[in-house]
Design a protein around this ligand. Structure first.
Ligand SMILES: [Mn+2]
Length: 281
C-alpha cells in the first residue's frame, strides 16, 4: 500500500471535502445534517488535522472506521507518529511534551498521565493504528475532472509527479519511521505557497494534470481560490464568531459552504478555470 489513495467516482451519491476538523466532531455532524448527508451513499473526504485543539479528538479520529469517511494526513497526525516510540514506552522527554502541548494535544497528554498501563497501551495502539492508515494524497475520480485532496501543499506543480514521489515510499515505512521524509514532508507542513499567495504571487498558477486541488492547513476567514487550487480551512477550532467549518460539494462546479460559529451559513460556487490551450506544432 502506498501513501496515495484513489477513490472511484461516486455515481450513487455526493462527495463532500471538509476542512481541518481539529477534534470538532459535533460541528461536522451539524453541517452534514444541514446538507442531508446520507451515509449509505454520500462520502466525506477530510483534508487532515482531525485531532488536537478541540475536545472530541479521539472520536473525530475514529471516523476513519466509518465506510463513508476518508482523510489524508495532516501535520498534527504526523506529529504524533514522530513521537510514537516515546509515547508507546511512556517516556516522553520534556521537550517532546512541550511540543505536543503547544500543538493542542492535551487530550492525549491527559490520557498519558491518567490511564493505567493496560488502558494506555490500548489507547495509544488504537491511535497509531488509525493514523498509520492515512494516505498523504487522495484523488477523487479519474481523468481531467478528478479532484485532489492534500493537507498543506504539493512539492511539484504536476499532480502525477507528486503521486510518483509517494509511490516510491511504502506506507508502513513512512508511518513507522520517526524522522522526516524530506522529499514529501511539505505535503504535511508546507506554508510557502500559501504565503506567496497572500503576497499576491502566483494567483492564477495551476497544478497540472488535475481539475482541482483542495487544501487545509492555512486558516482563512473564507475559502480562497487561486487557479485550480482551493484552501478551505476556516478555523473551526477558533472561538471567534466569524470562523467556522467549510465543506466543498464536489461536482462540475465546486459548491463551498462555510458554517460559521455564529450560525451564519455562506455558500460560494467556483467553476473550473479556463483550460490551458495547447497548440499542435
Ligand atoms: Mn495543519
Amino acid at each position: 500500500m502506498t501513501l496515495f489513495k484513489q477513490l472511484l467516482i461516486n455515481s450513487e451519491g455526493r462527495d463532500f471535502v471538509v476542512g481541518d476538523l481539529h477534534g470538532n466532531l459535533t460541528r461536522l455532524e451539524k453541517a452534514l445534517e444541514y446538507h442531508h448527508f446520507k451515509p449509505d451513499r454520500d462520502r466525506v473526504i477530510s483534508v487532515g488535522d482531525l485531532i488536537d485543539r478541540g475536545s472530541e479528538s479521539l472520536n473525530t479520529l475514529r471516523l476513519l472506521s466509518e465506510p463513508w469517511f476518508f482523510s489524508v494526513a495532516g501535520n498534527h497526525e504526523r506529529l504524533l507518529s514522530l513521537h510514537r516510540n516515546a509515547l508507546t514506552r511512556r517516556q516522553l522527554d520534556p521537550m517532546a511534551r512541550a511540543r505536543l502541548q503547544e500543538s493542542g494535544a492535551q487530550w492525549l497528554l491527559d490520557a498519558y498521565d491518567g490511564l493505567n498501563e493496560d488502558k494506555w497501551a490500548d489507547f495509544i495502539t488504537e491511535i497509531m493504528n488509525l493514523i498509520s492508515q492515512l494516505p498523504l494524497m487522495i484523488q477523487i475520480g479519474n481523468g481531467p475532472d478528478a479532484v485532489g485532496v492534500v493537507h498543506a501543499e504539493l512539492p511539484d506543480w504536476d499532480w502525477s509527479r507528486n503521486v510518483a514521489r509517494l509511490e516510491r515510499i511504502k506506507k508502513v515505512r513512512f508511518w513507522d519511521q520517526t524522522r522526516d521524509e524530506p522529499t514529501i514532508e511539505s505535503i504535511l507542513w508546507g506554508r510557502g505557497q500559501f504565503q506567496s499567495l497572500l503576497r499576491g504571487d502566483h494567483n492564477d498558477r495551476m497544478v497540472e494534470g488535475i481539475a482541482w486541488v483542495i487544501y487545509g492547513h492555512n486558516t482563512l476567514h473564507t475559502p480562497r481560490r487561486a487557479g485550480n487550487r482551493l484552501w478551505i480551512d476556516t478555523g473551526v477550532h477558533e472561538k471567534q464568531p466569524d470562523r467556522g467549518l467549510s465543506l466543498v460539494e464536489v461536482g462540475p462546479v465546486l459548491s463551498v459552504t462555510t458554517h460559521f460559529r455564529d450560525l451564519r451559513i455562506r455558500t460560494e460556487r467556483f467553476s473550473a478555470p479556463a483550460p490551458v490551450r495547447f497548440h499542435s506544432v
